[in-house]
Design a protein around this ligand. Structure first.
Ligand code: BG6
Length: 514
């Protein structure tokens, strides 16, 4: 992560990023959705920022037989259709598109890898550095890596790094994640494997470390002594859209919890690392995920609520029943919402519940981490008509990135009355943000060989281990889905889960004050 050269007050974010080393960026799944929607726009933004050197090249790899010219035209058309589309007439796009090449071939055919090797050998000026980005269906992750290995393409040399980027989902449960790790690690070293969790590319998620460890005032109160509970929310308004086939076999628990949600939890609960060294940071995060208490499948009933959306309205738009979505089983029991009560069994967090919820077709799009502190002793204000509210700190991950803090203040006047007030920091008020898909930082870090924001094998496995009992309970029919209307805050049972502990979720209303 780059060093800061931010001038507060003047609201300038000075460019402080050194160009990434020359390399060839191979994209497997070159015609796929991820390539069009996210990878190309991110590479465009990096080119625009000036951090891609002249000797940078992209090579799309896919089974479609087409010429380089056809592939370039296909990409240009595809990015033109994106909302807020890129300027395909401008200098940046011309620069980028002239560096895009194409290799056609089947991912399972060794000849494809022969052509990749030729392409790498033909590079002028020569660079042996290569990134292999697997933007493909998960069933190809191991196959492609093994083929790369067999072709000798993962062998590194002093002037030739070889990195493999693996998308999510990384496995579908603990055994499959372990098996995938085994196969990858048989052909590449751990430091060559970049397992993506795009939540770690989000600026506000990275800011958690700055907030917690770059300030003196938070860390002393960041523990069970002062914190009552934590709520981590990733609410989405989107439905399963065109992804019914994938989603119905996956569900919200597998799709979001062992990866994105546990990364947010780990950022919140980790101990300060000794340095920003990749392994120092990743070890601290892994320790948190390993410390998430493993419930028994029978306990999953009270500590996990699964929901599925029914017809309703989201932002005024009619949404149909999940079971009527394309490629979804009409009797599906797959969850589109999940709420969990987790405990981190460590000295610092003993007894503090971490409530985690995520779902689709909800009332608002909002990702946030809310830290609720213990109430102040009410002795002095016992006579007041309403009880003091606890202090609440909210880290707004998206949208409206920022941090807010709720506390009590005296209402002006001769009588002592208290009211909640809020201090609020919004990123947009201080910093001019560069356009970002969230993938730019991750691609840049991978090009520079910095794996800090990527998942290690043990982190992934710890995440699956913690959700395994819930998956077991679901498989055993013990944790049935509850229905909720599209456009609501999720199933009522989720509110009950918190109410039983004397808490309440932060409302998911659209116009809730920050
Ligand atoms: C993906 C999930 O990893 O993250 C999607 O597969 C989800 O189901 C998405 O919609 C959420 O990411 P973001 O960045 O839009 O919050």
């Amino acid at each position: 992560m780059g060093s800061e050269s931010v001038v507060l007050g003047q609201k300038v974010l000075a460019p402080d990023t050194a160009p990434a080393p020359a390399s060839t960026f191979f994209i497997f799944g070159a015609s796929g959705d991820l390539t069009k929607r996210l990878l190309l726009p991110s590479l465009y933004n990096l080119a625009h920022e000036g951090v891609l050197v002249d000797d940078f090249a992209i090579v799309g790899v896919d089974h479609v037989a087409q010429s380089e010219e056809d592939y370039r035209a296909f990409l240009t058309d595809a990015v033109r259709e994106l909302p807020g589309s890129l300027d395909t007439e401008g200098e940046t796009w011309r620069w980028l598109i002239s560096r895009i090449h194409y290799v056609s071939g089947d991912f399972e055919d060794p000849d494809t890898y022969g052509r990749i090797r030729e392409r790498l050998d033909q590079r002028k000026p020569q660079t042996g550095n290569a990134v292999f980005y697997l933007a493909v269906a998960p069933r190809f992750f191991a196959t492609i890596s093994e083929q790369l290995g067999a072709a000798g393409l993962l062998k590194e040399a002093e002037d030739a790094f070889r990195h493999v980027v693996v998308e999510k989902p990384f496995g579908a449960d603990m055994p499959s994640a372990k098996a995938l790790n085994r196969r990858l690690l048989a052909v590449a070293d751990e430091r060559q494997i970049y397992r993506i969790d795009h939540f770690l590319g989000k600026e506000t998620v990275q800011n958690m470390m700055a907030l917690r460890f770059g300030n003196g005032i938070f860390e002393p109160i960041w523990s069970k002594e002062y914190i009552d509970h934590v709520q981590i929310t990733a609410a989405e308004t989107v439905t399963v859209e065109q992804r019914g086939g994938f989603y119905d076999a996956t569900g919200a628990l597998r799709d979001m919890v062992p990866n994105h949600m546990f990364q947010l939890l780990a950022m919140t609960a980790m101990e300060p690392p000794n340095s920003f060294d990749a392994d120092a940071v990743r070890s601290e995060k892994t320790k948190v995920i390993e410390a998430i208490r493993h419930m028994r499948p029978s306990e999953a009933i009270g500590a996990a609520v699964r929901g599925q959306y029914r017809a309703g309205f989201v932002n005024g738009q009619a949404v149909k029943d999940y079971r009527d979505e394309k490629d979804v089983n009409p009797d599906s029991r797959t969850e589109t919402y999940v709420a969990l009560k987790c405990f981190v069994d460590s000295w610092r967090w003993n007894g503090v519940p971490f409530y985690v919820r995520t779902g689709k077709a909800l009332a608002v799009r909002r990702t946030e981490i809310a830290i609720q502190f213990k109430r102040a002793p009410g002795v002095l204000f016992r006579h007041l008509p309403t009880a003091l509210k606890p202090n609440l700190m909210v880290i707004h991950v998206q949208p409206d990135e920022g941090v807010s803090l709720r506390f009590a203040a005296k209402v002006p006047g001769r009588k002592v009355r208290l009211s909640d007030v809020e201090m609020s920091f919004k990123y947009a008020d201080y910093f001019k943000a560069a356009p970002s898909t969230g993938y730019e930082t991750l691609i840049y870090d991978c090009l520079c060989g910095d794996p800090t924001l990527f998942q290690r094998a043990d982190t992934i496995e710890a995440g699956w281990e913690a959700v395994e009992p819930i998956l077991e309970a679901v498989g055993g029919g013990e944790n049935e889905v509850q229905f909720y209307s599209a456009g609501s805050s999720g199933p009522a049972m989720s509110d009950v889960m918190l109410a039983q502990d004397g808490f309440q979720w932060l409302p998911l209303e659209r116009d809730r004050p920050r």
